[in-house]
Design a binder for this molecule. Structure first.
Ligand SMILES: C[S@@+](CC[C@H](N)C(=O)[O-])C[C@H]1O[C@@H](n2cnc3c(N)ncnc32)[C@H](O)[C@@H]1O
Length: 488
């Protein structure tokens, strides 16, 4: 992207600030429109008929593996559509970018990229993965941070303990005290103090991400949590501090039940973990040849995109699960509190996440017939869950409406979703989103199906393999929906 284009796109993004449009749309025919009217639409159908699984592909090249992220794309998935549906220099958008897989693939393939996410950690990950930094300087800096943080821990331990008492508001402090051993807190604080001294923004962000990657892992990294990829993190029942002291629970006498054994944790030293993560990311950075322009990445809501109408050439995205099965913000606050966010602030941001359960002040919209019936059937079984599903489909309707608005006519949006089970009922997310997309004006020529690679992907809780259950089998499928915006 040259600087003129960059400036143009940036000014579009600023100018097009809009209020969320929450007007009611008239109910349309329930049949999903499958008619097509252009060659790009038939190219789309062909792409969706091809292999979308990518199980034997290398997914960790370039900077893709900088930070763990549940339910992220295999990079080959967005790449397939980027190469098949756009030309170099065209603009690719991901309005719920997560760890930025689409953004990075767009750039690696010489396209321009725009990304939004409500979650500040998603923005940080996407930014660092696509920013070029002087490797030599970074190597020296990494050594320096570690050396200084080690000195702080050795010489100023008591002062750091005092700072831990005064640095946060009481809610945030309670959260930190519950989820982190004191020894770990001291090491993390020493690291954060050193990272905050870095004046160059890109370098600081690189260090913040390596820091976050020590905490946000499926097993909870250096925190006292397990299952950070799941809806509700569990606290260790038995935990040993980095220096080997028992800090939670009773010492093992060999008679503990299986659950207690599973929830026993030996916390690794945070300084050691930081060094490991920093070096690992540095190695990927060395291998990446940065020739591309900066993407435009912002914290923002997919239901209210600050982009001009008819300005985007392709969208490739995946929303959260309908049942809030992966609660991104709940997990990500484990590192965000260390990076300057308060629990109060993060709780507020989480309210705008698609798939949230709170419906008391939510403004619902009407849904097309098939989706509406499905929601009503769930409401009969469980009123609260029915409302939560109505909220989800309303939020997705607003998102699809925005995607329709910002796409150029004749262009395509690819939306990858999985179904959820709520009260034993399949939410049929692929089918319902196709129906909603149709209502907001898209044609839906085809829905592709892909099998999730269970060995690789961090899945929500309860998604264990059961080969006998048909519904469980379906839960391991994803639907790749192609939405085509007709020419005017
Ligand atoms: C399934 S993840 C996307 C993963 C991504 N495709 C990747 O490869 O990393 C869904 C993302 O939607 C984001 N999200 C949820 N509600 C949102 C909203 N209202 N606006 C923008 N992003 C939102 C979540 O924070 C999460 O990062």
């Amino acid at each position: 992207m040259n600087s003129k284009d960059n400036h143009q796109l940036a000014s579009n993004i600023e100018i097009a600030l809009q209020e969320p449009s929450i007007h009611q749309l008239p109910l349309l025919n329930t049949e999903v429109r499958m008619d097509v009217d252009s060659s790009s639409s038939s190219r789309l159908s062909t792409l969706l008929s091809e292999d979308l699984d990518f199980h034997s592909s290398d997914t960790g090249y370039a900077t893709h593996d900088f930070h763990s992220f549940p339910a992220k794309f295999p990079p080959q998935l967005p790449r397939k559509f980027i190469l098949g549906l756009t030309e170099p220099g065209e603009i690719v958008l991901d309005p719920m970018m997560g760890s930025g897989t689409t953004i990075l693939e767009a750039l690696l393939n010489n396209r321009r990229a725009v990304g939004f996410d409500i979650d500040p950690l998603a923005r940080l990950i996407s930014k660092v993965k696509t920013t070029s930094i002087n490797i030599q300087q970074l190597t020296e800096l990494g050594k320096n941070i570690l050396a200084q943080a080690t000195v702080q821990v050795e010489n100023r331990y008591d002062e750091l303990l005092v700072e831990l008492e005064t640095r946060w508001d009481s809610n945030t402090k309670d959260f930190i005290n519950y989820w982190f051993a004191k020894e770990t807190q001291v090491e993390l604080l020493a690291l954060v103090i050193e990272i905050q001294k870095i004046t160059d923004e890109a370098t600081r962000a690189f260090c913040e991400l390596a820091f976050s990657a020590c905490i946000i892992t499926k097993s909870g990294g250096v925190s006292l949590a397990f299952d950070l990829a799941h809806t509700r993190p569990h606290r260790a029942r038995v935990a040993y501090s980095p220096s080997g002291n028992l800090i939670i629970g009773e010492p093992s006498d060999g008679t503990e039940n299986a659950r207690t054994k599973l929830l026993t944790k030996r916390i690794r030293p945070a300084l050691f973990e930081f060094k490991r993560k920093f070096q690992q990311n540095l190695k990927s950075l060395v291998e990446l040849d940065f020739k591309f322009d900066k993407p435009l990445l912002a914290q923002g809501n997919s239901q209210n995109l600050t982009i001009d109408a008819d300005s985007i050439d392709l969208i490739v995205t995946s929303p959260p699960y309908a049942s809030n099965a992966i609660d991104y913000m709940r997990a990500h606050k484990f590192s965000l509190v260390w990076l300057g966010y308060s629990i109060h602030e993060l709780t507020d941001t989480r309210k705008d996440c698609i798939g949230g359960e709170n419906t008391s002040t939510f403004y619902f919209e009407s849904l097309p017939d098939y989706t509406s019936n499905l929601v009503n059937e769930l409401r009969v079984l469980d009123s609260q869950k029915g409302k939560a599903l109505h909220r989800y489909y309303t939020e997705m309707k607003r998102t699809l409406r925005e995607m329709y608005r910002v796409l150029k006519p004749g262009k395509i949006a690819i939306v990858v979703v999985a179904s959820s089970i709520m009260r034993g009922k399949d939410t049929e997310t692929g089918k319902c989103l196709a129906e909603i997309g149709n209502e907001v004006g898209f044609n839906v020529p085809k829905i592709g199906v892909r099998q999730i690679d269970r060995n690789r992907r961090m899945l929500p809780a309860g998604m264990k393999v059961d080969h006998t259950s048909q519904i469980q089998q379906r839960m391991h499928e994803e639907y790749v929906i192609g939405f085509y915006k007709p020419q005017k």
